[in-house]
Design a protein around this ligand. Structure first.
Ligand SMILES: Cc1cc2nc3c(=O)[nH]c(=O)nc-3n(C[C@H](O)[C@H](O)[C@H](O)COP(=O)(O)OP(=O)(O)OC[C@H]3O[C@@H](n4cnc5c(N)ncnc54)[C@H](O)[C@@H]3O)c2cc1C
Length: 317
């Protein structure tokens, strides 16, 4: 049995959700050989260091200088065919799910997205924004799946780094036409929401765009990322890139500080991976208190500045 795992790289390094996908692929058992594929516009971008796979194949094409999902899928399909892969795995990120959806369409096979476990051709996967775990049997010659971010702990792989080979995939004109042609950088700070160890988030309770000032101040003190609820993005107070939830970013910080957020199911779907939740809310009946490890009942415009002041005092003392 051969498994092929598609890895995404950020700034030349395999990102965390891809490492998690590789870890799940390597745990398939049955003596499966695990190959990884990365797409790059130069062979120099081959991942370095240990990975939990036996071999890495770098699909090299100038189209991969930007995000080109159908082209990546065609490269994955070509390699999977050459390897005789019986399982193709990808990270359950926006891009990983998009690439694997193209792979499924090209192969005319079903895709099990956002899986948390795989065993004997069956998968357990997250549905309905995390409120349901579905157990499904997949009836297909090749099992296609993506791994729900943060469902498994990433293991970098022990021993020697895997062998690395390159190949030039054959890409269709349609695939080459579908790619990112321009990027506009987000005007947010340096800490990425998806990877942050601490996230300070605001909801409708912040009251306005300006109401995020104390939340930003606390985030800066804690070197945290700022998040928000959909009520906030819908009001135009913060960009959608800050939104946590089912239709936003899924996060798994050490601590999630939720200020003025009620804790709707769709919001909790994005932060249930947090190790600890501190809720700051004016309403002691707010649903988020059922998931919170710590809570402060009060007005966030008083509580959050008080926490910042206490941190400053502790640091200067
Ligand atoms: C298909 C679908 C997808 C969705 N996806 C998402 C998603 O990805 N992310 C998301 O967040 N939502 C999502 N939603 C919306 C979700 O259902 C909620 O409407 C939303 O999360 C509510 O945001 P909120 O908690 O900020 O606002 P509210 O529910 O209005 O809660 C505001 C909270 O602030 C408290 N508060 C008010 N004033 C203060 C104060 N001064 N100090 C302290 N606390 C105060 C209140 O007690 C209340 O608990 C989705 C909905 C649908 C239907």
């Amino acid at each position: 049995m051969t498994a092929l795992v598609y890895l995404e790289q950020t700034d030349g390094a395999v990102d965390e959700p891809s490492l998690q996908a590789a870890t799940m692929a390597s745990s398939l058992g049955g003596g499966a050989e695990v190959h990884a594929v990365v797409a790059a516009d130069t062979a120099a971008l081959a991942p370095a260091g240990p990975l939990p796979v036996d071999a890495v194949q770098v699909a090299v094409h100038e189209a991969f200088g930007s995000y080109a999902p159908l082209a990546v899928a065609e490269a994955v399909v070509e390699l999977a065919g050459r390897l005789g892969a019986t399982c193709v795995v990808g990270p359950g990120t926006e891009r990983g799910n998009e690439v694997l959806a193209h792979v499924a369409a090209l192969l005319d096979l079903p895709l099990a997205a956002n899986c948390v476990a795989v065993a004997d051709g069956g998968v357990t996967r997250v549905r309905w924004g995390g409120s349901l775990l579905e157990e499904a049997r997949v009836d297909a010659p090749t099992l296609l799946l993506t791994v729900q971010p943060h469902a498994v702990a990433a293991e970098p792989g022990a021993g020697d780094p895997p062998s690395v080979e390159t190949f030039t995939p054959t890409l269709s004109d349609a695939a080459l036409a579908l790619r990112v042609v321009e990027r506009v950088g987000a005007a947010t700070g340096g800490v990425s929401l998806a990877d942050a160890r601490v996230v300070v988030s605001g909801g409708r309770g912040a009251g306005s765009e300006e109401g995020f000032a104390p939340i930003e101040e606390l985030a800066e003190l804690l070197e945290a990322a700022v998040g928000c609820s959909r009520a906030v993005t819908m009001a135009g107070w913060r960009p959608h890139t800050d939104q946590v939830g089912q239709t936003g970013t899924k996060i798994a910080p050490e601590i999630y500080i939720a200020c003025g957020i009620s804790g709707a199911t769709q919001h909790m779907a994005g932060c249930k991976g947090a190790k600890r939740i501190l809720a700051i809310n004016a309403d002691r009946e707010a649903p988020i208190l059922q998931s919170a490890d710590y809570a402060v009942i009060g007005d966030l415009h008083e509580v959050v500045p008080a926490i910042s002041a206490a941190i400053r005092a502790a640091r200067s003392g």
